[in-house]
Design a protein. Structure first.
Length: 474
């Protein structure tokens, strides 16, 4: 098979495993629900599930083969790749995929904006050459090697997202990816439940330089207070070049002018001495700043900067990260801004500021629906209460709050700004769905564990319903 991603012999050699038959796989999968015909199915063992229980179904549904570490009931050894440990086998497959390609790789990390930055950079590069990158937020100990294992040998450019919750998690992933370019979007007080300080978070993000190829490029936020700390780590990691981006006069990728609009931004910048003016298809100053990092990476790769600037106009926000939905119910129409994927103090402030700039129609209001921000450590209550200032500055009309950590903030707000409070998302949805008006802009945001996506789904379910409030729970 000429378009094979992995042959049985190549996969066996990479993993030091044993293949009992000849096969060719065109992809790699760890989930039978998304498995494509001809994939190599990897039977990972997780905390709550064991992929070995699904090997028989995977093969029956068209998998070319399965990587296993134990016998599977009802499955012959034909079509199996036997390894000692399937996660280690997947990691070995990823390492081998990196070794066999001449692709230039960009790795992205940061407290805020790494997924949208990765997605935008991947979209831009796909128009200019053979590009491979992370899907969704595949940025952890299985997502990174899975993305690597799926990378074709003839890839020209790769874009990988690398995340962490604890110190020491990024280093092995960066060493596996071996990026030519490493981006740290910013460092903010997130995951403080696992770190003693923001400086410790900066050090953990700086682990991305542990795998940076010698002489590689580090792209850093010049406006972040931890810039010098990150630059020192990058230089110690062998970086041959530092590109600083931001508003600072010393930035290599410098913001010159910006006009922020409700649905987009108009930007003039200088990228390492090259002047560029472009439209950014997503609203918010935080996206503008990350666009400087994106263009810095394009420049460092030697790709076409002008084409990249044009491509930025067509960007759209990923699901759960600012995606916009117009809801048309019979008696009202309103806009839902879905920021429900995750939240921390920095991304909350950015989302609130963007909501404050949103256009409202007629008597419409700007409504913030806020869920708990998790993993913030001992200062979690004060960090939630600290959102009162940004809400007032953005002139948010109403705040609906969900979860015990949001309750103190809600109590601090002026009476006229309080929409409603509930312990859980379903109860809050029932109140919100009946009170949202024609012309409103409703922004929903919270940590993934706060399940604010249920509120998004409930509001979207009102679309084209005659009796919208009563349909909220459908």
């Amino acid at each position: 098979m000429s378009d094979a991603l992995w042959t049985s012999s190549d996969a066996a050699q990479a993993t030091k495993g044993v293949a009992k038959s000849d096969w060719s796989a065109v992809g790699v999968s760890i989930d039978t629900r998304t498995l494509d015909l001809g994939d190599l199915f990897v039977a990972l063992i997780g905390d709550n599930s064991d992929g070995h229980a699904h090997v028989k179904d995977a093969l029956a549904n068209g998998a070319a083969a399965a990587m296993v570490s134990q016998p599977c009931d009802g499955v012959s050894e034909e079509g199996l790749l036997s390894v000692d440990d399937t996660l280690e086998g997947l990691q070995a497959l990823g390492t081998a995929a990196r070794a066999r390609t001449a692709a230039k790789i960009v790795a992205v990390t940061g407290s805020v904006g790494k997924t949208s930055t990765k997605d935008a950079l991947r979209s831009i590069l796909e128009a200019q050459g053979r590009t491979h990158g992370s899907v969704a937020s595949y940025n952890n100990h299985w997502g990174v090697p899975l993305t690597l294992a799926r990378m074709p040998a003839d890839t020209e450019w790769g874009v990988f997202e690398i995340g962490m919750n604890h110190s020491g998690e990024i280093t092995p992933l960066s060493e596996m990816v071996q990026p030519d370019i490493a981006i740290v979007t910013t460092v903010e007080p997130v995951h403080l439940a696992h770190f003693e300080s923001v400086e410790a978070i900066a050090d953990a993000k700086a682990e991305i330089f542990d795998g940076l190829k010698p002489g590689g490029t580090a792209i850093l936020n010049a406006d972040n207070p931890h810039f010098d700390r990150l630059r020192s780590r990058a230089m110690a990691g062998g970086a041959g070049r530092i590109i600083a981006f931001g508003k600072s006069d010393n930035a290599d990728a410098r913001l010159e002018k910006v006009a922020l609009h409700p649905t987009c931004s108009s930007v003039s910048a200088s990228i390492c001495g090259q002047a560029i003016t472009y439209k950014l298809g997503v609203p918010g100053e935080h996206h503008v700043m990350n666009s400087l990092a994106i263009l810095s990476a394009v420049y460092a790769l030697g790709a076409d900067l002008a084409l990249a600037g044009l491509a930025l106009a067509s960007l759209s926000a990923p699901k759960g990260r600012g995606e916009r939905h117009l809801v048309l119910a019979e008696n009202r129409r309103f806009l839902v801004v879905d920021e429900s994927y995750n939240a921390n103090p920095a991304s909350m402030r950015a989302a609130i500021a963007t909501l404050g700039a949103a256009d409202v129609q007629g008597p419409g209001r700007r409504i913030a629906v806020l869920g708990d921000m998790l993993e913030l450590g001992p200062d979690e209550v004060s960090l939630h209460r600290g959102l009162a200032g940004p809400l007032a500055e953005a002139k948010i009309d109403l705040v609906y709050a969900c979860g015990p950590l949001m309750q103190p903030l809600y109590s601090d707000l002026p009476d006229e700004v309080r929409g409603a409070y509930a312990d859980g998302p379903q109860a809050l949805l029932e109140q919100l769905a009946s009170e949202v008006r024609d012309g409103d802009v409703v922004m929903i945001k919270g940590s993934l564990g706060s399940r604010m996506g249920l509120i998004v789904e409930g509001l979207l379910a009102l679309h084209n319903k005659k009796d919208a409030p009563q349909g909220a729970g459908d």
